[in-house]
Design a protein around this ligand. Sequence first.
Ligand SMILES: Cc1ncc(COP(=O)(O)O)c(C=O)c1O
Length: 507
Amino acid sequence: MSEKQATGPNTDRPELGSGGYSADQFSKALAHLEQWAGSYLGSLEERDVVSKRQPGETLAMLPEHPPESGEGMGLWERVGDELREIVEPGLVHWQSPNFFAYFPCSGSLPGVMGELASAVMNVNGMLWSTSPSATELEMRMVNWCAELFGLPDAFRFDAEGSNGGGCIQGTASEGVLAALCAARKRKVDSGRDRGTMCIYTSTQAHSSIVKAAMVAGLADGPDDHSRVRLIETDANLRMNPEALYESIERDLYAGLTPCLVSTTQGTTSTGAVDPLGEIGALLAAMPSSKRPWLHVDAAWGGVAAACPEFRSLLDGVGHADSLCINPHKWMLTNFDCDLFWVRDRDALTSAMSITPAYLHNEQSDRGGVVDFRDWHVPLGRRMRALKLWWVLRYFGVEGIREHIRNHVRLAWRFEQFVENEPRLRVVFERSLSLVCFLVEGEDGLTMQLIESINARGRVMISHTRVEVPGLGARFVARVAIGASGVCDRHLDLLTEEIGKALEEVLH
Ligand SMILES: Cc1ncc(COP(=O)(O)O)c(C=O)c1O
């Protein structure tokens, strides 16, 4: 860190214009950032995706104590260099088109602009009255997305006779926690004991489902299964509806309370799609007093429902009580943005609402407005709907469909590559834009391959461990196509890197 940075030029102290800074200051600061962003974005494709930083290296570059005097406007002259020297080398470049790990977070220009404008306004839309347009823009976007994904009217705000609606949560993890709280409240209100609640999901569900149970007090830890049932799956890792039903019956017989079932429409490990239609029908046939809440986790896969040809992955969603889909995963919307819908919003708000004197206001007290603070744990909330509004208008429904279809095509192309490479094997059916494969031979070879690819760092992929039919528990490599600018030449680089790693691992 330079001498100048450490002391800071005090000649240009922060001024407090309206909003805390003047328009002139904003544009000067932005000009510096714009320059940095230009060089970052311009070089992204050429960079290694994976960071080579060691633990503690970034910490060592940062002063141990906060500065006594502020740097004022001079700060912006330095931030570009600091981002380049301190921050960028410690990043995994999630926005690189060569990022194929986990599920990518696809950002976009309208996504970034929406974040920026939201930061400038910096409103807290906790109540309708604390920024009516923030709430109503969000309501409209949630309805737009319900239409985009072909959801039943019951989830819309404006559907006749419906009590549905949705909001934007930060993450799908927060969404399922909200669903669990609503489900439990409904059961408690019908006379069931809080201590008897059980939840059901498959062995392949995302860890956020069990974490919700831990946070809500239904489990003492990830391995506490006294109230959490991990239902077995079929050979394709889809939840087994009969096993689910038997588990529910066993609990009912034991005097327990089946509280929530969570299906996954596109699991994290392999993209497996649970038989939601069958599960929904089984639950619908139960007497309502016994029926658990049905939550649908479509955090990743749900975005594909924008394309009519992939919509079957949500077949049966009409039975659901709640559903989440993450535009921040695969819909060109900058992190964070999870869409969360409920069929009965009163069930949710009755679990979440608490109104101290300082939050009372005329419109809420009169009713007829939506206060999103009652839809999740946080009180304060930023205007995430803005980026969604601009993403949807910038790309249009057709643009979003084209984006998804292109990724699915690229994944198909990658699957062909693996199928034609005798040292590799595709495991499980490709799910949308996710391809899972392993190296033929010993289990350890697949991890060695992934490590070799990522150590070189030109591209990044990730792993999981699952039961592979005929082979037992195996490490599996995952290639998830989902970065915003990914196209055929990036896939060529990926296959080239896999080829090099295969040579290294198999000599
Ligand atoms: C199927 C599924 N559900 C939930 C999550 C959790 O997402 P979030 O980070 O929004 O909590 C993920 C993350 O990858 C996921 O794949």
